[in-house]
Design a protein around this ligand. Structure first.
Ligand code: NAD
Ligand code: ZN
Length: 343
């Protein structure tokens, strides 16, 4: 096992990398802990949950809503949970978001930890303390920023992870490499997904590196005034087409990253769009989409990164170096149009 520690708002979060699920018993008192997991994970890893108080929520983004929060709270009351209870979210981003959110509000705040079970949750969702729920069409509209006490990584959970979820997680891995880590990008260019699925040492190193990238960015800028914005690389256009065209998040941000690379070529000295495209394709991610530039622009105009008539857009100076540039909306409209025509 390998330990890392980061401080957010002056409080430490400990990461137990390459750990075993059973190590949880050393971190919390079983009698004063409640695990929250979902209906896909629970039956596949039932043995691990033996002897733990466990709440199983329905799997899927459509259950990341207030009704699930209410149901979890009712079950916590039945279990006699009090201020000393520690909540442990074992799952993907939906479970970690729900757990962090419930932990923030139940009895005005309980301590909590995560055991992320998807690549996306391991490298992204479980890190950084943003936890929330969806309201109608508005994703993550309601939530809190509050950090977990610990994160425990047990890679054996990934044995049951469907391939499309691996691919989706790698979209965020490639994102991290693009904005922060040229050496990681080179490694990804050289390797392929099946290597990380088979080679535990390589996967462990990859996860550690991604955990470090996201945690360092958040440590510098927990409340997103500057540096943390870099994590939105590919997400501006990505979010717009994710909702419009019912793409998975990974697919949408993959296309968003290609668009951001093309825009970078106009605004910075960036010249490596083709390398990014090749790498995304190698990991099974799409780089092209038929979309209507007008519909996309309408959604972009509603984006919270918009300031007056301009938009803060994450671009690349080069691979491994993200940068935020302010682009006038009129200009962006022309660029989006030309990107689509170029295809
Ligand atoms: N809080 C943040 O900072 C942050 C950052 C990024 C994403 N998110 C949120 O995370 C969510 C997406 O995360 P996700 O992709 O992990 O989604 P998810 O939790 O829905 O998991 C994806 C699917 O995989 C299943 N699953 C999870 N682990 C499994 C395992 N080990 N074996 C088999 N099946 C498994 C789940 O049941 C689900 O069907 C979104 O709601 C997003 O808003 C939050
Ligand atoms: Zn994302």
């Amino acid at each position: 096992m390998n330990k890392l520690q980061y401080k957010f708002s002056g409080k430490a979060t400990t990461y137990y990398l390459d750990a075993d699920f059973s190590y949880l018993e050393k971190l919390v008192d079983k009698d004063h802990a409640v695990i929250i997991t979902d209906s896909n994970i629970f039956p596949k890893h039932q043995k691990k949950f033996g002897g733990w108080n466990t709440i199983v929520i329905n799997a899927g983004e459509c259950f990341k809503v207030q009704a699930t929060v209410d149901s979890v709270i009712e079950q916590l009351i039945s279990l006699g949970a009090d201020r000393k209870t520690v909540l442990i979210g074992v799952g993907g981003g939906v479970v970690t978001d729900i757990t962090g959110y419930v932990a923030a509000i139940y009895m005005r705040g309980l301590s909590f930890g995560f055991v992320p079970s998807t690549i996306l949750a391991m490298v992204d969702a479980a890190i950084g303390g943003k936890n929330g729920i969806d309201v109608g069409v508005f994703k993550n509209l309601v939530g809190t920023i509050r950090q977990p006490a610990f994160l425990l990584y047990d890679l054996s959970l990934l044995k049951s992870l469907p391939k499309e979820q691996w691919i989706g997680g790698f979209a965020e891995v490639i994102k991290h490499a693009c904005i922060k880590d040229a050496a990681l990008f080179k490694e990804l260019e050289k390797n392929k997904l099946s290597l990380y699925q088979k080679d535990k040492t390589a996967l462990n190193r990859l996860i550690r590196r991604n955990v470090t990238i996201k945690s360092t960015v958040v440590e510098k800028d927990e409340f997103e005034h500057g540096e943390r914005r870099l994590l939105n690389f590919g997400h501006t256009l990505g979010h717009a087409i994710e909702n419009l065209y019912e793409l998975s998040h990974g697919e949408a941000i993959s296309i968003g990253m290609v668009a951001a690379c093309m825009i970078s070529e106009e605004y910075t000295d960036f010249k490596d769009t083709s390398r990014v495209i090749t790498t995304l394709k190698k990991y099974g991610l799409p780089t092209l989409a038929e979309f209507d530039p007008k519909a996309v622009m309408n959604v972009l105009r509603m984006d919270k990164k918009k300031v007056k008539d301009s938009m803060n857009y994450v671009l690349l100076n080069k691979i491994g170096q993200g940068v935020v540039k302010t682009i006038p909306i009129v200009q962006l409209e022309k660029l989006v149009q030309s990107i689509i025509t170029a295809r």
